[in-house]
Ligand binder design. Sequence first.
Ligand SMILES: *Cc1c(COP(=O)(O)O)cnc(C)c1O
Length: 423
Amino acid sequence: MSNYKIDTLCVQAGYQPKSGEARIPPVVQSTTFFYEKTKDMADLFDLKSDGYFYSRLANPTVAAFENKVAALEGGVCAIGCSSGMAATSLAVFTVAGAGDNIVASSAIYGGSYNLFSTTLPKLGIECRFFDPDSPAEEIEKLIDGKTRLIFTETIANPAIIVLDFDKIAAIAKKHGVLFAVDNTLATPVLCRPKDFGANIVIHSSSKYLDGHAAALGGVIVDCGNFVFEGNDRYHSFNTPDESYHGLVYAQLPVAFGTKCRAQMMRDFGAVMSPQNGFISYIGCDTLALRMERHSENAKKVAAYLSAHPKIEWINHPSLKENKYHKTAQKYLPRGQGGMMSFGIKGDVEKCAAFMEALKMITQETHVADVRSCVLHPASTTHRQLSAEDLKKAGVPYNLIRLSVGIENAEDIIADLEQALKKV
Ligand SMILES: *Cc1c(COP(=O)(O)O)cnc(C)c1O
């Protein structure tokens, strides 16, 4: 299976029925599972055999989705979570506790930024932020003996900064620190972080993986390419887990993934529901086709907007003049995804007038599904901020975020055109 190309894996990986079984994964809507022999269940609890006993730890429908995403990302194991934020939280908790720190790009999803800057410090986990464009020496200065994780995004939401994987991977390798990447906006179809040195890949599957804005979810992938055994940074992997019969995670074939599920999912319970596992699984079937279309459409829309006299600036890596065009050619050669931002000439009222004049493209806080949608942070999500604070947050007052869908590009452009005519 792993020899297949990504397009084929999207369709075929994750679930193989036995003769006479359902062709697509059934929704196993059951919290619990039946066993005849006490020993069979005991072996499951001891992680001596694979199987299901309680849906907080594993469920067959969620497993189909997990196996598909693991195959797509080239990982050894994946863990389905209740949301992208749950995935990010559990990934951090798997390696860090009070007194530890993580080092993260400052250009990340707002929810992750809040988790790292406000909530984790309350639990004693410090987060040190770096500008992803800063040189390696600057970033390295943030790493010390208590650093447990470097966290980045392939395509930063909403800044649309493309990650320089080589730079971060070299730092992580040199210091023996785990390198985690949120790959939500690129998806494994456009970029496979493992190929560029990442150890852990995280997704909000609520976005492109599901693709239809139907199911909230998250997933953590263990790429299986990090050696915990003997690494002093990872004490909790190299000492027995007394809450799990003295298991030493570093000695297992899948260290991170096992600890994440057996300890963190067990204790926090932020599990993906079977129904959402099913919807997300089905969504992934068409992921390769969709990502191709999102990227093609976005390229056409970006070219159109960049030539429009009422547009002040536009940010999409498909454009030659874009700061991240070269980086994107290296890491995202197949397409740069559907997310872009641009600024309209004029004031906040003009932006609002433009948004309201759109007929097909709707205003939403969600991004990365089949339907094109827009958001004007200055008059919605960020409306409490002053002009000065907006600037500091990297969100100019005239920034409009556009998530380009898979409609016909001519219809998307026509809608933008008629709305721009009205402002
Ligand atoms: C939406 C998003 C998240 C959070 O995911 P939820 O499923 O909404 O919890 C995390 N990272 C990125 C890049 C996102 O776009």
